[in-house]
Ligand binder design. Structure first.
Ligand code: AMP
Length: 364
């Protein structure tokens, strides 16, 4: 069995690794000849908007998926004209544009922060009057890990901020005073079967995910599942979907969704009966889904940003696992992650603190 993956980063790499035991091989399309997934997958080297490369890729695989959402929709449509592509182009298109995404959430009665579309400086001035401050100006497209975001305070010079966006279409959304950030990863099979992983608590610094801790019996699990299910059903979704939510203490407010496997689900490799990567492949291939249940009393995932700590130090910690993506070190870049598993939170607390300290030393 073969699966094509548009994009050849760490998510494609972990998809390919999950495929190997099932006899599934992945073929990636990526413009970089040294894409980090190509050690474990076949590759077509080509730009995402190169028709010949897209056709070569489509020729090689019976079914395809994608590992990031900033792909040109026309490119994915070109592959979809030739072979099946999951998740649907509708899901990709909705996730690419913050305005469309939030409009979809509202249509499905999924709460969002108050937001207004902004296409000019005049719109921005009006939006700030309407939404108030603090609020956040976000580019509608191509924003990730906090990029393309500007916090608006009472003394913010709106003209400067507007110039910094390059004058592209944006939204202004209200700043949510959340008590925690969570995500729910859901997976839907081709026959409509839906499964949900335990809600995961996420900690970001500078807009980049640092720490993910899945919660057993989270009080907001049912609400998060209801929201994710509405999206899965509306989009006739196939594969893994991540929904990021702010917990305000009173309820949940949706931030964004990712129509793909997600960084906040990396803990599932060691921490769940079936990893997000395997379940995504199962869905895309029309196979039955696996259980999303936790296999340990406590699990946590720490991202390696910038540089990966010494393997010897990480693996010297009982219950720790290291994933190295094979990417060059660079400030702010996700180059690996570490997972710690144990019987309960108290038992892993010290080891988790050690892993966090190692990650923070490498974050240069
Ligand atoms: P995003 O790229 O939209 O996921 O934003 C990156 C991070 O910025 C989020 O994980 C939050 O920590 C923060 N953030 C984004 N939007 C808001 C908001 N409306 N209110 C408060 N914090 C936010």
């Amino acid at each position: 069995m073969k699966v094509g993956v548009l994009g050849g980063g760490q998510l494609a790499r972990m998809l390919a690794l999950a495929g190997h035991p099932l006899g599934v091989s992945c073929v990636i399309l990526d413009p970089a000849w040294d894409a980090c997934a190509n050690m474990v997958a076949g590759q077509v080297v080509g730009a995402y908007d190169n028709s010949a490369a897209l056709d070569d890729f489509a020729h090689l695989v019976p079914v395809a998926t994608y590992e990031f959402e900033n792909l040109p929709v026309e490119s994915v449509a070109r592959v979809a004209d030739q072979k099946r592509v999951y998740p649907s182009i509708d899901a990709l298109a909705a996730a690419q544009d913050r305005l469309h995404e939030k409009t979809l959430f509202r249509e499905l009665s999924i709460d969002t922060p108050a937001y207004v579309a902004v296409d000019s400086l005049a719109d921005l001035e009006k939006a700030v009057t309407e939404i108030g401050v603090p609020s956040i100006l976000k580019t509608r497209r191509l924003g990730y890990d906090g990029k393309g975001q500007f916090v608006l305070q009472p003394d913010t010079n709106l003209e400067e901020v507007w110039r910094a966006t390059g004058g592209v279409p944006c939204i202004v959304e209200a700043f949510v005073p959340f008590v925690r950030e969570i995500s729910i990863l859901a997976v839907r099979a081709q026959n409509g079967d839906c499964r949900f992983y335990p809600v995961t608590e996420n900690t970001h610094t500078d807009g980049i995910l640092r720490l993910s801790i899945p919660q057993s019996d989270d009080p907001k699990q049912a609400q998060a599942e209801r929201s994710a299910r509405r999206l899965l059903d509306r989009l006739h979704y196939v594969g893994v979907l991540a929904l990021e939510l702010f917990d305000t203490g009173d309820g949940l407010v949706a931030n964004e969704m990712a129509p793909r496997v997600h960084n906040s689900g990396h803990w599932t490799i060691e921490g769940a009966v079936t990893s997000q990567f395997e379940n995504h492949l199962r869905a895309v291939l029309g196979l039955p889904l696996g259980s999303c249940e936790l296999v340990h009393g406590a699990v946590a995932m720490v991202n390696c940003i910038g540089k990966v700590p010494e393997a010897e130090s990480v693996l010297g910690i009982t219950g720790a696992h290291l994933h190295v993506y094979g990417k060059a070190s660079r400030p702010g870049r996700k180059v690996g992650h570490m997972t710690i598993c144990g019987p309960d939170a108290a038992t892993i607390a010290h080891s988790l603190a050690e892993l966090q300290a190692m990650a923070s030393d490498c974050d240069v």
